[in-house]
Design a protein around this ligand. Structure first.
Ligand code: HAM
Length: 421
């Protein structure tokens, strides 16, 4: 029996890899414009880190983590907790007051795989640690929007405020009071959530629950004046920066660490997987992890979902890898010459290729096409004897002579000059 990849884990094949590279490059360019610096953390962390940050009563911690139970370690389901762990462990806060960090890499959640939902997926995650200002919240959303625009992906931005430890408990009580009156109509998940995580009822997918919460108290009416001012300033700044958004008082997020601003980039083009990216503020989390009492905010974009959306847009053909020069060598001597020339060209920074199998000219020209070669240099025994190869421009099909008489390094220099002309 053939061995296949594990369900929910996917290969990224060479035809697709260039698109991944392009997305990462675009992200890195834009992140750098916003002063973000890269951090890379391990994929394994102590299980306790996620239980204490994401929250014991969340779907992620309750049922989606890949945990080595005998070792007490877990494959990271997200990046925020890991970045904060590293931040605290290395005392980064003593170096400067505000840190702007990003990471790109695989995350692992044992969810039911479907379109846009995998068990190993990739996030581009950004965190700003040490800044309380609402302008930073807006700046991050503007950065996310800039990146999505650069990738040609259309989404809408939805925002909410989840309040803070000063105002959320009163809202929680109000909400429990309301939900309790309708206990009989709630789905079994929400009945359970009433005790553990009542806010999650607000974004329950069940139809009856959805209808019920329309009349539930709104968190936005319960915000304390500080949270209210913060939220207003976030929106004012988004207006100033020309970023469009929509209030969504039902957005509560599936991770417990959020305070105040939360946001999601939403699409209706991916069925049930509406969020392309999401994040928010987590002002108490560093302290909760025994770190310095610093605020933080961040978000993550799901790369598989970005790619699905890009593939749906017909006008964007995937990028292709190209070769500067393919050398078609006919005969043993020609092949020796070709291998030296190809190596010298590669040393000069060019993408050069050849075929070692001694196949016919026709087969080699086909191979040159497959590797998207801009030029092909044909060297047969005759050409070697006359010390002149035939250089073919693969686009125009025009042919010219290329001298093989100087030393190989000099030939490479001359070729490089022709290719860059
Ligand atoms: P999250 O909402 O759990 O937030 O995930 C962020 C994004 O990751 C989602 O919007 C989605 O695009 C992608 N994603 C999540 N799960 C999957 C999956 N199973 N398959 C494919 N894509 C998926 C977080 O992870 C927070 N750490 C974000 C954050 C950063 N908050 C503050 N800083």
């Amino acid at each position: 029996m053939k061995i296949k990849a594990v369900n929910g884990f996917k290969d990224i094949l060479p035809d697709d890899a260039l698109r991944w590279q392009m997305i990462e490059k675009t992200a890195r360019d834009i992140f750098a414009r916003f002063g973000m610096r890269e951090i890379r953390t391990p994929v394994l962390e102590k299980t306790e880190l996620f239980a204490r940050s994401i929250g014991e009563a969340t779907d992620i911690v309750e049922k989606e983590m890949y945990t080595f139970v005998d070792k007490g370690i877990t494959m990271r389901p997200e990046a925020t907790a890991s970045i904060l762990r590293a931040f605290i462990e290395h005392g980064l806060h003593v170096k400067q007051p505000v840190h702007r960090l990003y990471t790109i890499g695989p995350m692992f959640r044992h969810e039911r795989p479907q379109k846009g939902r995998l068990r190993q997926f990739h996030q581009m995650d950004v965190e700003v640690i040490g800044a309380t200002e609402p302008q930073v919240d807006a700046e991050l959303m503007a950065m996310g929007q800039m990146l999505l625009d650069a990738l040609g992906i259309k989404v809408s931005l939805e925002i909410n405020s989840l309040g803070c430890p000063a105002c959320r408990p009163a809202f929680r009580d109000k909400l429990i009071g309301y939900l309790d009156q309708h206990r009989e109509s709630l789905c079994s998940d929400c009945r359970r959530r009433l005790e553990t995580n009542p806010l999650r009822a607000l974004d329950c997918k069940n139809r009856t629950c959805k209808a019920l919460v329309q009349d539930a108290p709104s968190i936005l009416d319960s915000l304390c004046s500080d949270c209210n001012d913060h939220f207003s300033a976030v929106k004012e700044t988004l207006d100033l920066l020309g970023v469009s958004y929509r209030d969504n008082r039902f957005m509560v997020r599936g991770l417990d660490y959020y305070t105040r601003t939360t946001f999601e980039f939403i699409t209706d083009a991916l069925g049930a997987q509406a969020a392309v990216g999401a994040g928010g503020r987590y002002d108490g989390l560093l302290k909760q992890l025994n770190g310095p009492d610093l605020p933080g905010i961040g978000f993550a974009l799901g790369m598989e979902r970005l790619i699905l959306l890009m593939e749906q847009q017909e006008d964007r053909t995937p990028p292709q890898q190209t070769t500067d020069l393919f050398v078609a060598a006919l005969g043993e001597k020609a092949a020796v010459h070709a291998s030296m020339l190809v190596h010298a060209l590669r040393r000069l920074g060019l993408a050069a290729a050849m075929d070692y199998s001694g196949r016919s000219l026709k087969a080699q020209m086909k191979q040159a096409g497959r590797v998207n070669s801009r030029f092909t240099l044909i060297i047969g025994d005759n050409e070697l004897a006359e010390e002149e190869g035939i250089l073919r421009d693969m686009n125009s099909q025009e042919q010219s002579r290329f001298s093989l008489s100087p030393a190989v390094d000099e030939q490479a220099q001359q070729m490089a000059a022709i290719l860059s002309a």
